[in-house]
Design a binder for this molecule. Sequence first.
Ligand code: C5P
Length: 217
Amino acid sequence: PGGRPLAGRHALVTAGPTHEPIDPVRYIANRSSGKQGYAIAAALAALGARVTLVSGPVMLPDPPGVTAVRVESAREMLAACEAALPADIAVMAAAVADWRVAREATQKLKKEPGAAAPVLEMALNPDILATLSRHAQRPGLVVGFAAETEKVVQHATEKRLRKGCDWIVANDVSGDVMGGERNTVHLVTAEGVEDWPELPKSEVAERLARRIAEAMA
Ligand code: C5P
């Protein structure tokens, strides 16, 4: 109704990186500020949605009116997402680590004088977007992101089909998007591709939230 077209809807948003532990003091991570995902969570809440934001470790405050669930690893992020279901909308903006260390050490790895550097065996992490897209409780609208440096739309179109999501927000990261305030995106749907102008991340979020509200109407 009026300015709250997503009232009564539950939106699940992921944001930030994941941290994959090596031992109690070390981890592997992706570079991600969480800014775009946090802005999307705030924009969906502003349109009236009940928002669950599942966030990896970031330096951002919880957006107002959003239920934030803080996690560290990809497996924790997947579990928190599944626990948040059912949802009408899922927007997966997190930069999830593709691999984790196969066996996390329970004690800090020691750097013994003269000893060789450790060799870490890696294991594949779950793909949260693909899992939710094929879930028994699949949200009605599932939106993924694709950060590409070349053939942006082609790669995003392939990713949409491979992941089984409805939309891909394709991000041209050949410039200085990472940690920055602005973003150039293309919205890839089953109907085609919308090229959006370069916008502040807050406006990308507001535009995406409005587009989601239209699709749900
Ligand atoms: O495969 P790629 O990482 O390029 O796909 C990016 C999209 O998939 C993003 O929406 C990201 O949040 C999601 N993703 C995920 N779980 C993973 C890897 C990516 O949800 N393990």
